[in-house]
Design a protein. Structure first.
Length: 316
């Protein structure tokens, strides 16, 4: 089959036939959870960790997928094996499991519906962020604050991300290429709209607490790689003041792995992109997975853009 496939409620189907009800609570009220892993060289990476986080999310919100983790892993691998044949060898896939509480059942209340379970893949959109490996990502702290842990545990990966979207829209209102770096009610940095955050100071790394941000799997990988490299990592309160005075900053996420941050609120961070620690970690991570992470992202840009970025990096 030359069309991508998806899994939906017990069946693997052509993607165009994977449809859900307009009464699905995921669609109607954001009553669902999800997780997204990626591939390297078309093979799922840390899929089990992502699925374990998905099952923890489900347990927290009391959704029963009606399928066990081994089976969902097997299905994800099947969907990836098919869809990976449809992308070129230098691309990779996101693989997402989405589980909603299912179709409304007004007669019996919210816990009674049977869950909607889907597995889909998409090619990672490297071209949208590749340039930031050379020029650094601009971040802005919006006025919208991160949802406090007293309201929703930030370890939950929920489909209702309005808080994050509002923050992103505000940041992009200031600078269309910027993303939001959310602070909590006390002014401490939490996470960016789709990734975790690190700064370096005095040759050591600092990242916000899990209490206020998603326990990112890329974040855990960075902590692990850093410790392997003898780099001390602190989990700490970080404010914009700390970021302005840092020697470097970067974000981490499944698709981007590590992406340098160039500016926060228009203030330049550090003196090189990437900073020396991000560079070491990107090299170590690339060796681990057998893919040059930066080159892979840049390869997805038109040749002319790559040349312009290389020239800008030399001039900087
Ligand atoms: C809000 C938020 N924080 C952090 C992350 C990073 O998590 P991971 O490294 O597991 O992709 C994500 C990833 O989607 C996210 O959406």
């Amino acid at each position: 089959m030359t069309e991508q496939v998806a899994y939906l409620n017990g069946e693997i189907l052509p993607l165009s036939q994977a449809k859900i009800s307009v009464f699905d609570r995921g669609f109607r009220v954001g009553d669902g959870v999800f997780d997204t892993a990626r591939s390297f060289r078309h093979k799922p990476y840390k899929l089990r960790e992502h699925l374990e986080r998905l099952y923890r999310s489900m347990r927290y919100v009391r959704i029963n997928a009606g399928i066990d983790i081994d089976e969902l892993e097997k299905i994800t691998r099947q969907v990836v094996a098919h869809n990976a044949k449809l992308i070129d060898e230098r691309s990779d896939l996101w693989m997402t499991q989405v589980v909603s509480r299912g179709v409304y059942n007004r007669k019996v209340g919210i816990t009674a519906s049977s869950a909607t379970v889907a597995v889909v893949t998409e090619p990672i959109n490297f071209s949208t962020f590749a340039k930031f490996h050379r020029i650094g990502m601009p971040l802005i702290t919006p006025s919208i604050r991160h949802t406090p842990p007293e309201c929703l545990d930030p370890r939950l990966k929920t489909t209702s991300r309005m808080n994050l979207h509002m923050a992103e829209l505000e940041a992009q209102g200031h600078d269309p290429s910027a993303s939001a770096l959310l602070v909590d009610l006390n002014g401490n940095i939490t996470e960016y709209t789709s990734g975790n955050f690190f700064i370096a100071a005095g040759g050591e790394l600092y990242t916000p607490h899990e209490k206020t941000s998603l326990a990112g799997i890329a974040r855990a990988t960075v902590i692990d790689l850093a410790r392997e490299q003898g780099i001390v990592v602190h989990v700490a309160d970080i404010t914009p003041y700390d970021v302005y005075n840092a020697t470097e900053a970067f974000i981490t996420s499944t698709s981007k792995c590590i992406l340098p941050v160039g500016k926060l609120n228009g203030i330049r961070i550090g003196s090189s992109i990437p900073g020396p620690i991000a560079k070491r970690l990107l090299t170590a991570w690339s060796e681990r997975v057998g893919v040059d992470i930066v080159e892979q992202a840049l390869w997805h840009l038109p040749e002319e853009d790559r040349r312009r970025l290389d020239a800008a990096a030399v001039a900087a």
